[in-house]
Write a new protein. Structure first.
Length: 173
């Protein structure tokens, strides 16, 4: 009979955690929509950041549920460290994917370049001038003044010097 009351507490706490996660998700989603609207950020780029936020929140929710239901943390830590060791080997081979996703988040939140901006990439030889046509999870697309479409990985765009040019000014090189 005591177990029924014991599990009732866990169910109520789980329900409370779920409602709290749902509320936090709504707040973050609304805040991100306001931020992206104010910064004129494309809907496709917004979608990538939503996915990253969902993944983080779901992992946190899973950890909270594990604590609520009294999962033995010593056994969980052994399991998690084993999984992380295997994933570490796999991600070492795919580090560029992770760096591009991270760079995509940096471009989303803090970089002044937007789709439609005319830019000059200062690191190229000669300097590359063109219009930004798209920014995806992994690539940055530029249409040059010569009509070429050039792609850069997002992690390189974060590392390179970029000058934002006025839309109406044609500059000679």
């Amino acid at each position: 009979m005591e177990n029924i009351h014991f599990y009732r507490k866990e169910w109520l706490l789980s329900l409370l955690a779920f409602v709290l996660m749902w509320f936090v998700l709504l707040l973050l989603k609304g805040g991100l929509k306001k931020f992206s609207t104010a910064k004129s950020i494309d809907a496709n780029r917004r979608k990538v950041i939503f996915i990253l936020i969902y993944v983080v929140l779901y992992f946190l929710f899973g950890a909270v549920l594990a604590i609520i239901w009294g999962v033995d943390l010593n056994k969980v830590s052994v399991f998690v460290s084993s999984v992380l060791a295997v994933l570490g080997v796999g991600f070492f081979a795919q580090w560029s994917l992770l760096s591009n996703l991270t760079a995509s988040a940096i471009l989303f939140f803090s970089h002044p370049v937007r789709i439609g901006s005319r830019i000059r990439i200062l690191d190229a030889d000669p300097d590359l001038i063109g219009k930004v046509t798209d920014i995806t999870s992994f690539y940055f697309f530029i249409k040059t003044d010569k009509g070429q479409t050039i792609t850069f990985p997002n992690n390189l765009i974060v590392q390179k010097g970029i000058e934002i040019l006025d839309d109406g000014i044609e500059e000679e090189v």
